[in-house]
Every structure is written in C-alpha cells, then in structure tokens.
Write a protein that binds this ligand. Structure first.
Ligand SMILES: [Zn+2]
Length: 205
C-alpha cells in the first residue's frame, strides 16, 4: 500500500505541500487522501493524494513492474520524503461516486499546476505531470535533508528514552526514601499495617 501521509514528508517539503493544498482548497478544489472522502465524492473536480514517501524496497518493486517509474530504489525524490503524487478525481454529487481520472484533460492539470508553482513545486513535463517535488532542488540535497531529519528524530527518541529511565529511577528512589521515613524504628511496613488494622478493629468493637 502506498504511503499517503503528509507526516512522512520532510518538514520543509511538507510545509510547501500544505500550502499547495490550502491554495487548491481556496481555489475551490477539494483535496483528500481517499476517494471515500465526502467532499471528493461531491466535487466534480477534486485532487487525491496517491503517494508521499516511498521506501527503497517499494521503489524497486515498482521499477521491476515496468512502466510505473524510471528509477530504481534510492533514485526517486519519494525515497527521501520529497515528492507527492496526486490524481484528478471526479465525483458525482447525485450518487456520491468518486472516480480517478487517469487521463485528465489539460484544463484540470493546468488548474493544479497553477497552484503548485506558487509554492515552489515542480513536475516533469510530458512524463509525470502530477508528481511534485521541490523546484530546483537536486536529489542529493533532498537526500541530505531527509537523512538529517531522520537523525534528528532518532536522537530525540533516544533522549526521550534516557529521560524516561532517569525519571523512573528518581521516582523509585523517592518512594524508597518515603518508605524509609514512614517505617518506625525496628518495625516493618507490614507490622505497621497490622497494627493499624488491629487499632481500627478495636475502635469498632
Ligand atoms: Zn511520483
């Protein structure tokens, strides 16, 4: 299954894509990641997000299928969270049916391009006109950006883990300290509890 999540895109590229989506929406073109989306089902013309991040393994699979992509794993902007694929959809307000238009008329494609250019997105003329990536950015730059982001995420997780361990240790220590304080000299916690129970029984009787 293709990944359609915007969260899988690098923060920088995600910002551009979010702005692009807002622009399309402002132009009256709804955007969603499923044809089951109510707004896409009602709109004569909508935009479906079909894929964002693509793993190297999936890229190789698609390459082997033939006709889908021209590059092997590691050679696509998708592999570094720096590309988004969309499709034009047509919904039927009467029936609520939404279909993907695989051979859209230029008028629809132009309407999408018009908003894409505003936010620094480019596409490949005559080949993949609904595949968007950061304009003027080399694959190597995107790869570096992606790797930096991944490293940042990994170090954040590591820090969070260490912080959690430190907190647990501190909590355990403070519990032990409290116990040490509450237990009377020569007594145990259990003894103390028993004494309390006895006392309560005595009060009742
Ligand atoms: Zn693509």
């Amino acid at each position: 299954m293709p990944d359609r999540s915007l969260g899988s895109l690098t923060p920088k590229f995600r910002k551009c894509v979010n702005a692009f989506i807002r622009s399309l929406e402002a132009a009256g073109i709804p955007v969603a990641d499923s044809t089951r989306d109510k707004r896409l089902q009602k709109a004569e013309f909508g935009v479906l997000i079909t894929e964002t991040f693509r793993s190297v393994e999936r890229q190789n699979e698609l390459y082997d299928q033939g006709g889908v992509t021209r590059v092997r794993g590691g050679g696509s902007y998708h592999n570094y969270g720096c590309a988004v694929d969309v499709a034009i959809t047509h919904g039927d307000p009467e029936t609520g049916e939404c279909v993907i238009d695989w051979t859209p008329r230029p008028v629809y494609v132009f309407a999408v391009h018009e908003q894409a250019t505003k936010h620094g997105l480019s596409w490949i003329f005559g080949w993949d006109e609904l595949h968007f990536r950061p304009a003027g950015k080399l694959l190597a730059e995107c790869r570096a950006e992606y790797e930096k982001w991944q490293a940042r995420k990994a170090s954040k997780t590591e820090m969070a883990k260490r912080f959690k361990t430190a907190r647990v240790t501190a909590k355990k220590a403070s519990v032990r300290l409290r116990e040490a304080r509450t237990v009377p000299e020569g007594g145990s916690k259990l003894k103390l509890r028993r004494q309390n129970v006895e006392k309560r029984k005595g009060e009742k009787g």
